[in-house]
Design a binder for this molecule. Sequence first.
Ligand SMILES: Cc1cc2nc3c(=O)[nH]c(=O)nc-3n(C[C@H](O)[C@H](O)[C@H](O)COP(=O)(O)OP(=O)(O)OC[C@H]3O[C@@H](n4cnc5c(N)ncnc54)[C@H](O)[C@@H]3O)c2cc1C
Length: 409
Amino acid sequence: MNFAIEDSPQQGAFRADVRTWLEKNTPAGIAHSADPCDMTLEQYRIRRSLGRRLGEMGWLYPTLPKQYGGGDLDAEKTVILYDEMARIGLSLPPYYDAGGRMGAPTILVWGTEEQKNRFLPPICRGEVRTWQLLTEPSAGSDLAGIKTTAIRDGDAYVVNGQKVFVGSSHGADQSWTIVVTDPKGERHKNLSWLMIPMDLPGISVVPMDLLATGGEGGSGSGVKNSVFFDNVRVPAQNLVGGENNGWKVATTHLEIEHGGMGRLADRRVVYEFLEFCRERHDGHAIADDPDARAELVEMFIEAEITRLFALRNHWLSHTGQPRSYEGAQYSLRRKLSGLDIASRMLRIAGPRVLSKDPRWGPLEGTVEYFQRDAITALHPGATTDIQRVIMARRIGVGRREREQAGTVR
Ligand SMILES: Cc1cc2nc3c(=O)[nH]c(=O)nc-3n(C[C@H](O)[C@H](O)[C@H](O)COP(=O)(O)OP(=O)(O)OC[C@H]3O[C@@H](n4cnc5c(N)ncnc54)[C@H](O)[C@@H]3O)c2cc1C
């Protein structure tokens, strides 16, 4: 029985176009290391150059409207584009741009027309890379408890405070940042979002050297930083969504971060690991062993279910269907299945899979990196506990009214 899903003629034609374009436009020197902590400045620059080429096609942020530099692609073509990037070991964007990935669609919902025209095209063209600055030393899960202030002074907001756990290395052009604009205001009614140019005087970035993790396809955040603001004057026109309306803006940002639009990153390492287990060495393949085969099947099912949850959320959001707990459900699953898959890999192939030495470990360290990432991935973008809390609120556990999912388009 064949369960493979085949492209329609139109989908097939688009896939062929994307593949040909990528063959022609992917820079020759691009490295496909999974570990973003290994990304040199030179590699980062190569990836940025691919980003700009993708941007010219509207493919860097393919679902955003063409008028702001996106591709206006429908849900199916977007999936094909992500598939084809993954086929050559890259993510979309091909570098970490969390602030763009979540900030741009949020600005689309909450920004004025002038702000959409000012902020979105440079992000979509790949000219601007944006970090997201939310977490503070005393506010992570309880994001509404942040303390960084932005006080209006004439035509600027003066920002003071500290953000932590901010990915990644090689700097950012702008930071998409949640701040307190009314220190005496009621909780949830005292916050705002600012897009902050990172070259303003008074900003310093200090790496948190003991924390270096990532994400798949080289898009991950790698190195983490503290970002300090010392009397930074940010143009008032950079405040998005209205002063003290930031918690509402946050519901969009967080919905996207928690997976409400799906994350089309693939589980390439799973497929490569399966291939490795099928390979014969001295006449023997790991997959010959019935116990290993059973684990491999379970591992594959885990990866597929997570991928299908992501596809479902992608479809729900892009076709404007009603949504509730699905973002948090997918996120919780992705985190837990990542850990499950990582431990199965160790059980199946033994500790040698952790070696970067090709004589011992398969895939030159990808599996080692996957183990590390699976553990740390439980925490960012809301922990597994918080995903459970969100799901409970959305289905009305302990509440008179069910909490609504954030608006994503
Ligand atoms: C790899 C990595 C990358 C990150 N990247 C970024 C980034 O780029 N930008 C950024 O702004 N932040 C980033 N973060 C920060 C991340 O968003 C926070 O770490 C996360 O939101 C949790 O906050 P916290 O660390 O303060 O933990 P806390 O909120 O202090 O939580 C501690 C523990 O208590 C549990 N807990 C807290 N509240 C509840 C509750 N109500 N019910 C049940 N359990 C609860 C949590 O699940 C956790 O186990 C990153 C973090 C990591 C680890």
